[in-house]
Structures are given as structure tokens and as C-alpha cells.
Design a binder for this molecule. Structure first.
Ligand SMILES: Nc1ncnc2c1ncn2[C@@H]1O[C@H](COP(=O)(O)OP(=O)(O)OP(=O)(O)O)[C@@H](O)[C@H]1O
Length: 374
């Protein structure tokens, strides 16, 4: 895809920028004039094309932003497709846009996701990926799971300059502060919200943070939102794309993997679909040794199993609190409050088993360590 000279000369974050904004509340046909103006402003090679050369349509999916596909017929008849992402209103409460732009730059240089072509007042323009979006049931297909594991390992190895401090508990704590001090005008919502014990949630956060802190999980650049909708597959080229780095940050390896496993349940949160131990081991083998998956030791598999099982709990707390903020801030018609309860109830259902798995693993490692010392 070749949009413009300016867009390709972006080795040092020199991405074309426009201060224009696009009103996300308009129906797509009414948005077209401002989309055309925006594209012409960002990409000078399109500045002489008239409006008839542009078409726009909505891309399905996504519960955070509005994604549009803009197709442009250039002078020579060549058709170029780009995506225009309009940030969901109030998403700055849960997404750090500066962190996202920096991550996109380095991840796209490492071959991940769509190319960043331009940034504007309330969104960004990226290359259009010709591939199908995965469905939750795809995630457990052995061949795909192995490929996701391999790609995720490569993703985790990307170096994003700057602080490598893990953000998980910082983000959870920010979410907690915001989520625990909301009020809703809607009486029914307020009633449901007031049934939540934030004291209890807080205790759970402290307990989990304490336990996971002993696991010494590696800190990696973590996607943090690896759901099926953020994986695209071009079957002809057998190329898998990891997209959408909005929540990416340095974090714990086990969190990213556990969070991905939680996504086997899909938006309906059918946690009976959570991968069983064999399926997890299959994933871990390809994650730990992409070329020699059969050579991974039992000890490494067990350690990653425990790490993932404990951090999987943190993923429930993270998205449960996120959903409360969204319930207040997002204009999108989705039962975010209901989503809080789905995630938090699953946390409560799983916590005893996972925490005791973590505790016995830690006490066995201590005993092992002591007998090795003797
Ligand atoms: N560059 C792209 N090219 C083609 N399709 C894309 C591209 N980026 C996203 N999509 C499609 O749009 C869908 C929604 O995109 P995306 O996940 O970025 O939106 P979102 O609002 O951030 O969603 P969510 O909050 O649910 O993660 C994706 O599942 C994919 O089908």
C-alpha cells in the first residue's frame, strides 16, 4: 500500500498529522465530506481528487471505536483502501493514546498489525488488512493456537524504548479508583451498581497482587487484549495478524496469555470454553519453543501453567473494572454493567482453585530450593 511519500518517511515518529476531527455521531454518508477533507489534508497526493473518487463504509465489529474503510480511486485508476478509526468518546478514561501511538510505531516496524499512516484530532488512519477476523471458536483450533502462540512470543520480544515497568497493577489501581466512585443518573443502573462491594474487590486485588508477585513472571511488551476480534488471518498467504494495540503495555507474560485464554469464552462469556490443561500445554509448547515444541520440559510447562492460571484471575478484575468505567462513560449501547458481573462472578468462581494452585506451587518450589541447597 502506497499512500504518500510523507507516510513512508516515518522512521522517527514523523507520522502525518491533521488537527481535523470527524463527528462520530453522524451516519456514515453524512461523514463522507469530512472524511474526504481529512484524507486530502493528511495525504497530499490525494489533494486534487474530487469527492467522487472516495467512498466510505463502516467495518463491523469493535465495541470501543468506530472503524471505517475508506477506498480511494487514484488518478491512474488504482484503488487504495485505508481504515479510519474514530476514537470512541471518553475512551481516554481507559486508554492512554500516547502510549498506544508509540507502541504502534515500534510494533509496526517489527511487522505487527496495520501500518500507521496518519493521526488526526480524534483518530488515526491505518493500512487496510485483507484478511478474515477470527471467531472465538477459531482460537482453540490446534494449528491456529500454535501460530498464535508463536506470534505472541515474537510480539513479547519487541523492544519498546522507555520505561519497562509493568503496568498491570498501576492500571488496575487507576481503574479501581475511577470505577469505585461512579454515580449513575439511571435509577436501575445505580441500583445494580450499588450492590457491588468495592471493599471486597479491593481485598481481592491486594491478595492477587501479593501472590502473583512471588511468581517472578517475566515482564514483556504485552498486548493485553488478545481476543479473537484482534486476530486476523489471510488464509491464502497463511499470515496471521495481531491488531489493535490500544491496551498494550509492559506487563506480565502470564497476564497476556491468561487474558487470551479468557477470550476463548467470546463476548457471551461462556467460560466452559476456557482451554483445558492439554490445550493450554499445546499453546505453551509453541510459545516456549516455536521450532522444537516437543522439547519443552515438564517443569517449564508447569511453571507457565501456574503463572497463567493466577494472572488469568487478574484479567477478570481488569476487565470487570474497565466495564464499570465504560458503563458510565461510553455512549455505545452495550450492557457494560452486566459485563462487570459476568467477569467478577467468574473471578469468584475460579479464585480458590487458582490461588491454591499458585500457593502450593510456591511452597513446593521453596521445598525444592531448600533440598537443592542441602
Ligand atoms: N487495519 C484493519 N484492516 C481491516 N480490518 C480491520 C483493521 N483494523 C480492524 N479491523 C476490523 O475491525 C474490527 C474492529 O477493530 P478494532 O478491534 O480495532 O476495534 P475496537 O473498537 O478497538 O474493538 P475492541 O474494543 O472490541 O477491541 C476488527 O475485529 C477487524 O475485523
Amino acid at each position: 500500500m502506497d499512500v504518500s511519500g510523507e507516510a513512508r518517511n516515518n522512521s522517527n515518529l514523523q507520522i502525518p498529522y491533521s488537527s481535523l476531527t470527524v463527528d462520530h455521531t453522524l451516519p456514515v454518508p453524512d461523514m463522507k465530506p469530512s472524511l474526504v477533507k481529512l484524507c486530502k489534508d493528511l495525504f497530499k497526493k490525494w489533494s486534487n481528487l474530487d469527492e467522487s473518487h472516495f467512498s466510505a463504509q463502516r467495518v463491523a465489529g469493535g465495541i470501543t471505536n468506530l472503524l471505517l474503510k475508506v477506498s480511494v480511486e487514484e488518478q491512474d485508476g488504482n484503488i487504495v483502501h485505508v481504515t479510519v478509526r474514530l476514537y470512541g468518546p471518553n475512551t481516554e478514561y481507559v486508554i492512554d493514546r500516547e502510549r498506544e501511538l508509540k507502541a504502534i510505531h515500534y510494533l509496526s516496524a517489527a511487522g505487527f498489525g496495520a501500518k500507521l499512516l496518519g493521526v488526526f484530532g480524534n483518530g488515526m488512519v491505518q493500512s487496510f488488512i485483507h484478511a478474515r477476523t477470527l471467531e472465538p471458536l477459531d482460537l482453540r483450533k490446534p494449528k491456529l493456537a500454535a501460530e498464535i502462540a508463536k506470534q505472541l512470543k515474537r510480539f513479547h520480544q519487541v523492544d519498546i524504548p522507555g520505561s519497562k515497568e509493568p503496568q498491570l497493577w498501576i492500571d488496575i489501581s487507576k481503574f479501581f479508583e475511577r470505577a469505585s466512585s461512579l454515580t449513575f443518573d439511571d435509577h436501575e443502573k445505580q441500583k445494580r451498581y450499588s450492590t457491588i462491594s468495592f471493599k471486597e474487590v479491593h481485598t481481592e486485588i491486594i491478595k492477587l497482587k501479593e501472590l502473583t508477585g512471588h511468581l517472578n513472571a517475566p515482564v514483556v511488551f504485552s498486548h493485553n487484549d488478545l481476543l479473537s476480534g484482534n486476530l486476523m488471518l489471510n488464509e491464502d498467504e497463511e499470515k496471521l495478524y495481531i491488531i489493535d494495540f490500544e491496551y498494550g503495555s509492559y506487563s506480565y507474560r502470564g497476564f497476556d496469555i491468561g487474558n487470551h485464554f479468557n477470550e476463548y469464552a467470546g463476548y457471551d462469556c461462556d467460560y466452559t470454553l476456557y482451554p483445558n490443561k492439554d490445550e493450554q500445554y499445546h499453546f505453551f509448547r509453541h510459545y516456549l519453543q516455536s521450532e522444537r515444541a516437543d522439547k519443552v520440559s515438564e517443569k517449564d510447562l508447569e511453571a507457565l501453567y501456574v503463572e497463567t492460571s493466577c494472572y488469568m484471575l487478574a484479567s477478570h478484575l481488569y476487565w470487570a473494572l474497565w466495564a464499570l468505567i465504560q458503563a458510565k462513560m461510553s455512549p455505545i449501547d452495550f450492557d457494560y454493567l452486566g459485563y462487570f458481573f459476568l467477569r467478577y462472578n467468574e473471578y469468584k468462581k475460579q479464585k480458590d482453585t487458582c490461588l491454591s494452585l499458585g500457593r502450593s506451587y510456591l511452597s513446593e518450589s521453596k521445598t525444592r530450593g531448600r533440598s537443592e541447597d542441602n
